[in-house]
Design a protein around this ligand. Sequence first.
Ligand code: NAP
Length: 247
Amino acid sequence: MYSFKDKTVLVTGGSRGIGKAICEKFAKLGANVVINYVKSIEAANETAKQLMDSGSEVLVVQADISKFNESKNLVEKAIERFGKIDILINNSGITKDNLMLRMSEEDFDQVIDVNLKGTWNMCKNLTRHFLKNKSGSIINITSVVGLTGNPGQSNYVASKAGIIGLTKTLAKEFGSRNIRVNAVAPGFIETEMTEMLSDDIKDLYKKQIPLNKLGKTIDVANACAFLASSEAEYISGQVISVNGGMV
Ligand code: NAP
């Protein structure tokens, strides 16, 4: 098993859900962890306490990643504390679902701002540091629907498909500088985001999944850890699906 000893990972939206599982996974493998959140201070502090109780070095930073300067401040605070960042996981994401005919312009803009612009902001603010360090790994969390499309999610799907394009482009722009950029596309994973779905809808989803079960947050975290590890040192510009065989 690989180790992230002496490495620092910055996880946006690390307070809960998939982001929390990613923080736990990297901490368990020896990394220092920077946990970003925007609203859930209690959840972020609780995650931090849990990791620190297990002996990890942790920094919690509040920042709305859709705001360029807040994202810049997040990166600066992380570097100030740990001296360097080795791995960036762009995990923060929101949904505001509706069929396009009923979707407001505001709901479209907000989802694009957090999911796509937020990811771009973080990459933009961290790549200079990666260039200086002559290495870095970026993992962007997209979604299965970014590959397939999904009715009722024109804002979310556009943001997630955009993240795939961004990932492939940055992999080409920075590959020669030893910076790898990959994406992980989860399918249906049990989190607060999916908790609001009815059992009927969950059963309907399960029928579309060859492995016949929803995924767990750790399944996504495992893929992130592999992609960030030296075992994936020749992998860049790729989208790894974690969806039980759905797509
Ligand atoms: P979640 O439980 O709703 O957590 C979302 C996280 O994003 C929270 O930590 C939240 O922080 C953070 N966040 C939201 N807006 C932010 C902002 N403006 N700035 C900084 N952080 C912000 O979501 P999840 O289910 O774990 O999903 C995590 C990622 O996986 C998302 O990108 C999502 O699109 C993707 N995904 C999820 C599934 C699934 O089935 N769950 C499937 C495919 C893809 P606060 O706690 O402070 O609000």
